[in-house]
Design a protein around this ligand. Structure first.
Ligand SMILES: *Cc1c(COP(=O)(O)O)cnc(C)c1O
Length: 380
């Protein structure tokens, strides 16, 4: 196996149990056997989303579910409010534009979080807004949006509440029913720690009403077709699903439920707090506003005088730890530590040892062990 430790905001390290599950025989996707595994997996998915509503698996990465979430619920020419504070918020806006939906951007400074008040103001200013999109965990900046509080605001408006929880579900608190989320979507390769290639989505009754009103303008991601196939006995997907990834998701979701959602979320918060402390112990600076910093990814300013390739190249090639760089204008200016999925003090110790040794080797710091010492104190 690849012995590089992936400390990325996806894909994350996949547990051998999940890899083994994936190696089961591929069965006919239109059979009772597949119907059984699909039913079990979507039921587990709804438990993790914390919704009484049906969940759907889509073969494709998280972006497929982002596109399905918008294109099925908002018609071309209608208005959507896209909260944009990073790469993934921007992606929602681009998807809306691609489908001829009129996007209104609610711009948020990268590294900070949108406030419920800002959303309220934007909705009050334009009553034609049919839906809003919020990225719960903006992976490009390491910021978590207050989706629970935004949910309280959204209860007073007809606009649909669409939330991307690709890098937060099973890593930070997401409760679809309690937060009043109308469309919630996620991907396989982040906190769920399954291999990349599957997405999941769930819709509220209000969202389904919108789906029934909007004339279908996406073929592969048509949720009416997904519903129709899902309602069959045994349930199916409209087109050939990744059977192997269904097994993987099934096992990964079972592991989430065995650990317990709350325990898993607490474990991610602990890893995030420990990472923030260790970053500071090394004399480095956080990129994100600490008050809203993410439970699953820590974004750090690149120290002066070293390049991204020096830094991340060394942590990977010399010390076997793969970190993520910055995106767009943050490229070279930040690096990101993904601590999602199966992460504990072991991985963080290795990661901060690699960061410390690299920075000392590059002449940036004197004490290579300060980060590791901090991790040890956090987990004592
Ligand atoms: C990873 C990610 C996505 C989806 O990206 P894919 O590459 O399509 O899986 C969407 N939103 C957020 C916040 C993400 O972190």
């Amino acid at each position: 196996m690849n012995d590089i430790l992936l400390m990325l905001p996806g894909p994350t390290t996949v547990h051998p149990r999940v890899l083994n599950a994936m190696s089961q025989a591929v069965v006919n996707h239109r059979s009772a056997k597949y119907g059984e595994i699909l039913t079990e997996t979507t039921e587990l998915m709804s438990k993790v989303f914390q919704t009484p509503n049906q969940s759907y698996l889509l073969t494709g990465s998280g972006t497929a579910a982002m596109e399905a979430g918008i294109a099925n619920t908002v018609a071309p020419g209608e208005k959507i409010l896209n909260v944009v504070g990073g790469k993934f918020g921007e992606r929602f806006m681009k998807i809306a534009n691609t489908h001829g939906i009129e996007s209104k951007e609610l711009a948020v400074e990268w590294g900070t979080a949108v406030t419920p008040e800002a959303i309220k103001e934007a909705l009050d200013a334009d009553e034609d807004i049919k839906a809003i999109t919020v990225v719960h965990n903006e992976t490009s900046t390491g910021v978590a949006a207050p989706i629970k509080e935004i949910g309280k605001v959204m209860k007073n408006y007809d606009a649909l509440y669409i939330v991307d929880t690709v890098s937060s579900l099973a890593g930070d608190e997401v409760n679809v029913e309690k937060f009043g989320i109308d469309v919630c979507l996620t991907g396989s390769q982040k906190c769920l720690a399954a291999p990349p290639g599957m997405a999941a989505i769930t819709l509220s009754d209000d969202a389904w009403k919108a789906v029934d009103k909007v004339e279908t303008n996406t073929y592969y991601l048509d949720m009416k077709a997904a519903r129709k196939s899902g309602d069959k006995t045994p349930p199916e997907t409209p087109y050939t699903p990744s059977v192997s990834l269904t097994y993987a998701m099934n096992e990964a979701l079972k592991m989430v439920m065995e650990e317990g959602i709350d325990n898993r979320v607490a474990r991610h918060h602990k890893a995030a707090n420990a990472s923030v402390k260790a970053v500071k112990a090394l004399g480095l600076e956080l990129f994100a506003d600490e008050a809203v910093s993410s439970a699953t990814v820590t974004a750090v300013k690149m120290p002066e005088g070293i390049t991204d390739s020096d830094f991340r190249g060394t942590t990977r090639d010399k010390y076997g730890v793969e970190l993520a760089g910055g995106q767009d204008h943050l490229k070279g200016n930040i690096f990101r530590i993904g601590h999602m999925g199966n992460i504990s003090y072991k991985e963080l110790t290795q990661t901060f040892a690699a960061i410390g040794m690299t920075l000392k080797g590059l002449g940036v710091i004197d004490d290579a062990g300060a980060g590791v010492a901090s991790i040890a104190e956090s987990y004592l």
